[in-house]
Every structure is written in C-alpha cells, then in structure tokens.
Design a protein. Structure first.
Length: 167
C-alpha cells in the first residue's frame, strides 16, 4: 500500500457501468458509490469527481443520477444507443480518457474506478506525465494488465460488504 499524502490533489473518474455490471454479475448486488468515493479520496483533496452514466429512453435511472450528484459526483450523461437488431451501446471510454487527460495537469493523482483493459494506454500516458494512477475495481472482473500497470490497485471484492449494497 502506497502512502497517500493528505495534500495530494485527486480526480476521481467512475466508470459507473463497469462497476455496476461487475457488482451485479459477481455479487448480485449494487454498488455503494458513497463508500467508493470516500475510498478514492482517502483524506486527500478532491478536485473533481465524475461519474459516467447512461440514460435510457424510460429515464428510470434519474433518481440514481440525482443520488450521485448529492454525493458530489458530477454526472456525465450519454444516451443509450439502440441499433437495428437490438444491439445497445453506450461507450464512455473515449470520454473518460479525454476528461482524464484534460484534468491531469491540475491534479497529482487520478483515481480510475474501472477494471476495463481499454484504459491501459490512458494509464501509461498519465504515469508518463508524472501522475499517480490508482485503479479501484473488482479484481475478478478487472484486466490483469491494468492492475499491474497502476501505481495501486484497490480490490473492491476484498471488502465487498462495505462497497456493495445487497438488493
């Protein structure tokens, strides 16, 4: 466990879909975003926290988005795309990468809450810029290369009762 200095400026980027699906598939539970945000900040100075979410046509997720906002997480909302044949897609990877690169000059640490291996190049770039990169995800569904590349990997599965809400 690396030392987390109280004066470190932190940006938290939460891939909500990634954590949501991991929690649902691995534990049949929901994610406790309040505790994850606390873990990500770890007593340091929060500059910004972004939650990347997807809006469906029914808008049933609106109360959830409002709950994230109340926690101090700025929601970035993208509409779910539905393609002919039933395929649904809402990919935030590029948006997350762009925000991370944009905010990097103003922070010491970027905390990426996602186990998605698509972020390997982003992590490499941020580290080359002298940034500390921490990954928070469920180990069982996280990319092993991503876990290895991060300055610190925090496995939500090790303390699942704290980071999950049973349905």
């Amino acid at each position: 466990m690396a030392i987390k200095y109280p004066g470190q400026r932190v940006a938290v980027l939460i891939d909500v879909q990634n954590l949501y699906h991991s929690a649902k598939n691995l534990y049949q539970a929901k994610v406790n975003f309040r505790e994850i945000l606390k873990l990500a900040i770890s007593g340091r100075i929060l500059i910004r926290a972004f939650g990347y979410v997807v809006r469906t046509k029914t808008a049933e997720e609106k109360p959830f988005f409002e709950a994230l906002t109340k926690l101090g997480i700025e929601t970035r909302i993208r509409d779910l795309q539905e393609f002919y044949g039933g395929l649904k897609k809402a990919d935030w990877d590029v948006g997350i990468a762009v925000d991370a690169i944009r905010i990097a000059p103003t922070v010491d640490t970027v905390v990426l809450c996602s186990g998605d291996g698509d972020f390997l190049q982003l992590v490499e770039y941020l580290k080359n810029q002298g940034k500390r990169v921490e990954i928070i995800a469920f180990s069982r569904s996280a990319s092993s290369r991503l876990k290895d590349m991060a300055d610190e990997f925090i496995n939500l599965g090790e303390n699942s009762e704290k980071y999950l809400l049973k349905k």
